[in-house]
Design a protein around this ligand. Structure first.
Ligand code: HEC
Length: 105
């Protein structure tokens, strides 16, 4: 009887340790994912703001659905690669806006 209860105690402690290890691992993974998700949301919001602010300077804000992914590339890389446009939008900003528009269309 005494031996048996000792075995049970050891077993319970052992299971408790395993449970701790498993839950420890899963929280680390979840935290990593959340951080990545948040960074993506942040990047999207920055790009969305750039689009709203910069692309409404010379004309009304264009409709995102009005153009395909390829058309957005052409509009930003060729049509809008002018001296006037560069005064308002840096190359880096243009890249962010392009990525955003392509992901939305
Ligand atoms: C420096 C002023 C200026 C800024 C800033 C500007 N545009 Fe334009 N955009 C123009 C002009 C001028 C036209 C008309 C060009 C034409 O019709 O050939 C135009 C036309 C367009 C068109 C219509 C193209 C078509 O073929 O119908 C789209 C779409 C467009 N712009 C998107 C954008 C986006 C996206 C941004 C932000 C990255 C932006 N524009 C920022 C000046 C600007």
């Amino acid at each position: 009887m005494k031996i048996h209860s000792n075995v049970y105690t050891i077993l319970i402690v052992f299971l408790f340790l395993i449970q701790q290890i498993i839950s420890g691992c899963s929280t680390t993974v979840t935290k990593g994912l959340q951080k990545e998700d948040l960074r993506k949301i942040e990047t999207d919001l920055v790009s969305q703001n750039l689009f709203k602010n910069k692309c409404s300077l010379c004309h009304e804000l264009p409709d995102i659905d009005g153009f395909s992914s390829e058309e957005w590339t052409a509009i930003i890389d060729y049509t809008h690669d002018t001296k006037a446009a560069r005064k308002f939008i840096t190359l880096e900003e243009a890249e962010k806006i392009k990525t955003y528009l392509k992901s939305m269309s």
